[in-house]
Design a protein around this ligand. Structure first.
Ligand SMILES: Nc1ncnc2c1ncn2[C@@H]1O[C@H](COP(=O)(O)OP(=O)(O)OP(=O)(O)O)[C@@H](O)[C@H]1O
Ligand SMILES: [Mg+2]
Length: 369
């Protein structure tokens, strides 16, 4: 069942700026849906509209089947966790978690029960009497989550809850929030600008750019079938390599000194129907070094010769950074003896893993696998 549903939702701020445009989105009951996109693309605006902290200019918002466009935040059955946690510094951990329940006039016993249970789930039992300034970043973050849990809301809303934590703690809290999602069987809408966080946490991910939801899909579908060049470049690290060129005969050609990739018949016929200029996309892990010994898949064809400008030994693999006529590229190749400076390498692209985008619109050109 749909828990949250947005139809054609838009937001125009008072100064005329359109922060969200025609957003269609539904979060299923029990789903963990992540909204991801670069800074300023409208993620917080969208989340705050769901929370009721920002008015909705256009479209409709349903929560649990009820139209809530003009319903006050406190009556929406949601709980939000903010980036800065927004804890009350003068209150103890217990009272911070209890605050919303007291406000809603829950019975004392009920409050104690709920706070105790949330504290157990989050491992906060021993610090219930502490104040926020005595806590670590991770503990504060847990208190903020605890405050949401005690409300037992229909939907949890998270706005970049991990961005104030150091890298290691972030990875740990990521796993904790996922585990919490399962344990509570909760519905969560989670905002981040970090695509790794999105990929690792989301059942589905909505990728936003400039106020528009560009694609809503499972992590693997986003990775394998990005609808346009923007999504292709945003999801994945290191990012997908792009080569700008065109179809010449039965090959993709980047231009003088650049990549030349002989294509399959299916790829050729699909590209031939397009506008002419083509962007070829290849993920770093789909590039192989020719003759380096490591087995390349059958679909790998010699595609470009480069002189790497930077060679990163990762231990298990090697990142080769180089330039081609239309931009930088990275190849994630098998471990190999160190290159001599200026030495060039031949690289093969896995033809079965190529992506194509229209050179003008950036829209994906399907080529039937
Ligand atoms: N009250 C406001 N009035 C006018 N413009 C606003 C207002 N609040 C936000 N904006 C603009 O709307 C756009 C979207 O802002 P929003 O905070 O939703 O982005 P975001 O995706 O959450 O970014 P970040 O990752 O940096 O948090 C931005 O360009 C911002 O400048
Ligand atoms: Mg934001």
């Amino acid at each position: 069942m749909e828990c949250v549903r947005l139809d054609g939702v838009g937001k125009t701020y008072d100064n005329g700026f359109v922060a969200v445009r025609d957003a269609d989105l539904s979060v299923e009951e029990g789903e963990f849906l992540v909204l991801v996109g670069p800074s300023g693309c409208g993620k917080s605006t969208l989340l705050r509209m769901v929370a009721g902290l920002e008015s909705i200019t256009e479209g409709t918002l349903h929560i649990g089947g009820r139209l809530v466009n003009t319903v006050a935040p406190k009556d929406r059955d949601i709980a939000m966790v903010f980036q800065n946690y927004a804890l009350y510094p003068h209150l103890t951990v217990f009272d911070n978690m209890a605050f919303g329940l007291k406000l809603r006039k829950h019975a004392k016993e009920d409050i104690r029960e709920r706070v105790t249970e949330a504290a157990q789930i989050l491992g906060l039992e021993d610090i219930l009497a502490s104040r926020p300034k005595e806590l670590s970043g991770g503990q504060r973050q847990r208190v903020a989550v605890g405050r949401a849990i005690v409300r037992q809301p229909k939907v949890f809303l998270f706005d970049e809850p991990l961005s104030n934590l150091d890298a290691k703690l972030r990875v740990q809290m990521r796993a904790e929030i996922r585990a919490l999602h399962q344990r509570l069987d909760a519905t969560m809408l989670y905002v981040t600008h970090d695509q790794v966080e999105a990929m690792t946490m989301g059942d589905r991910i909505a990728v936003m750019r400039a106020g528009v939801i560009e694609q809503l899909d499972t992590p693997l579908n986003l990775y394998d079938f990005p609808v346009n060049r923007f999504v292709a470049g945003f999801i994945g690290s290191p990012a997908m390599n792009f080569f700008e060129g065109s179809l010449v005969g039965s090959s993709f050609r980047e231009g003088e000194g650049g990549a030349v990739v002989s294509l399959t018949e299916a790829q050729v016929s699909n590209l031939a129907a397009g506008s002419g200029s083509v962007v070829l996309g290849v993920r770093p892990e789909d590039v192989y070094e020719v003759g380096a010994g490591a087995a390349a898949p059958a679909g790998a064809v010699r595609s470009v010769t480069v002189a790497p400008t930077l060679i990163e030994q990762m231990g298990s693999e090697v990142m080769l950074h180089a330039s081609t006529p239309t931009g930088p590229m990275v190849a994630r190749v098998a471990r190999r003896p160190v290159l001599e400076p200026g030495e060039s390498v031949d690289l093969a692209f896995d033809r079965a893993k190529l992506h194509f985008f229209d050179g003008v619109t950036g829209v994906r050109i399907p080529t039937g696998g």
